[in-house]
Design a binder for this molecule. Structure first.
Ligand SMILES: *Cc1c(COP(=O)(O)O)cnc(C)c1O
Length: 354
């Protein structure tokens, strides 16, 4: 049998992951056979994990960060809800989220038996404060804001949501799984330094250019990690706050290598290039008469007629849709101006034929 080769990123406009930085790929391969789930035995990778958390703290305005490298944003979001639930005294705890949250919150609520209360977003596609407030009560353990929504790249009003959470003695979690490596170079208020944020999801394996699996879970207080920890009788280390047990050191080492190579200048340059590409393609699509959702972060949504979407997809472009059916172009680091030009040429050719 011929050895299988993974596909390239050359026609991928749908993914929130990207080609890892070369140093990040190399580190992932080097640390494949390590297990940061047992940090006393695997000390080198455990040290790398501490460094990763330190740097994530620097990026997010947190002086003494707590947290770890998770399997992804899904695990980090589950852990945020778990910590909030474990620290809440509510008999029947609920979490209040905007309808723009990632579907991982459905999984979290189901696994943890937390009542998920979903508030409609406003016309600007961001969390609506009144709608969120109307769902908060004394049983609310968690309020969630998104910094870079999966569908439209919107940033919720985090400081106002933090006040709402504090008034209810609930936790505020910020999901910056995708946006977290672009937002440091914008003037949005989104992190621990801007508001009373308790926990955050920020994934190196998305805009951080690290290899999968490398998600990020951050907490302001040690007590949050304590609320997650269980005793581990048969490991060298004595307690574990992660959701997974044995886990890959590849993602940890990969994130550390990506940070060494890219934080902060490389990430700034990547963000500026991605954002310029997103604005360029948004304008090109608007010039063709399509309805375009302007890119706040490097993500463009555009309303294409169904037959046109299907025709372009048949030309081997990997494309994703929003729930409303718009085309979602995620302008990740591997998405070049040349790729976008080629995509537009195909779009024009398909349109001429239809
Ligand atoms: C991608 C994403 C997630 C889920 O992360 P995974 O790494 O796929 O588990 C969560 N939240 C947001 C905002 C995301 O974009």
């Amino acid at each position: 049998m011929e050895q299988a080769v993974p596909q390239t990123f050359d026609r991928v406009l749908s993914s929130m992951c990207t080609r890892p930085h070369p140093a990040a790929r190399e580190a992932a391969e080097r640390f494949l056979a390590t297990n940061p789930g047992d940090p006393e035995t695997y000390r080198t990778v455990a040290d790398l994990e501490s460094r990763v958390v330190e740097t994530l703290g620097t990026m997010t305005g947190l002086d003494q960060p707590h947290g770890y490298v998770a399997s992804g944003g899904t695990e980090a979001n589950i852990q945020a809800m778990r910590a909030a639930r474990n620290r809440s005294s509510a008999a029947d705890p609920n979490a209040v989220v905007p309808s723009s949250v990632h579907f991982s919150f459905q999984k979290a609520a189901e696994v943890l038996d937390v009542d998920l209360r979903v508030a409609p977003v406003g016309p600007d596609r961001r969390a609506d404060l009144d709608a969120m407030a109307s769902l908060v009560d004394e049983e609310t353990a968690l309020v969630v804001g998104v910094a870079g929504t999966t569908e439209y790249g919107r940033v919720d009003p985090i400081p106002a949501l933090a006040e709402l959470a504090a008034d209810a003695s609930a936790f505020l979690h910020v999901d910056a799984a995708w946006g977290g490596f672009a937002l440091p170079f914008t003037d949005h208020d989104w992190h621990f330094g801007h508001a009373a944020v308790d926990t955050m999801t920020i994934d190196p394996h998305k805009l951080g250019q690290a290899a999968v699996p490398a998600g990020g879970f951050l907490a302001r207080d040690a007590a949050t990690m304590d609320a997650l920890a269980v005793e581990t009788p048969y490991l060298e280390s004595t307690s574990q706050a992660t959701l997974t047990g044995t886990r890959s050191g590849a993602g940890v080492a990969s994130a550390a290598a990506a940070f060494d190579a890219l934080w902060p200048d490389g990430y700034r340059e990547a963000y500026e290039r991605m954002q310029a590409n997103a604005e360029w393609v948004a304008e090109a699509l608007a010039d063709r008469g399509f309805d375009v959702v302007d890119p706040v972060l490097p993500l463009v949504a555009v309303d294409l007629p169904e037959p046109l979407f299907d025709a372009v997809q048949e030309r081997e472009w990997r494309l994703a849709r929003t729930e409303r059916g718009e085309l979602r172009l995620v302008c990740m680091p591997h998405v070049t101006r040349e790729m976008l030009s080629a995509f537009l040429r195909d779009l024009d050719a398909c349109r001429a034929r239809i």
